[in-house]
Write a new protein. Sequence first.
Length: 219
Amino acid sequence: MRILLVEDDAMIGKTLAQALTQDGYAVDHVVDGVAARAALDVAPDVYALVLLDLGLPRKSGLELLRELRAAGNRVRVLIVTARDAVADRVAGLDAGADDYLTKPFSLDELAARMRALLRRDIAREGNVLRHRELTLDTATREVTQSGRPVDVSAREFALLAALLERPGAALSKAQLEERIYRWGDEVESNAVEVHIHNLRKKLGSETIRTLRGVGYALA
Ligand code: CA
């Protein structure tokens, strides 16, 4: 899943980006409110979640959030900030934030809150996405088929999660690329095909269908 991290503190930003990448998220990191707005305007449906600092150069997190909601953008927003005054917390939630975390916080707590927000979008059993005999656990990062564990790479995991979030719906190659790669990632033109090929080898060729001219979908 792709995450937009909006954080101007270089150390915190780098630490968060690394930790989230290790957790299998594709993380785009911007350091001010104007850049964040631009990223969200260019690709309104790409981000599963925005991690938003409030004290930001050029445009505050609160301003950005108000603008987004006024423009009808409903992307999940988790405010992550040093400000711990009740007034700031209330202002953030009133402006349309989905949750709030005060620095310093543990990475474990951040990860758990992110999972909680992300599962609001989709009907799931806890952290588990399921389609027929296939399950994918976003907390433990385990994939099983008919109860048998399946070893998948980080990219294969992200691709499978994107398909499982909308079972039956087709996702184009470009949509899948957007969900599993960040800006600046070197993406080979056939990268998605290669991941699909590998997933079919692991899960059976019937599991993922190719819809000619449209994209890919779970069977
Ligand atoms: Ca800041």
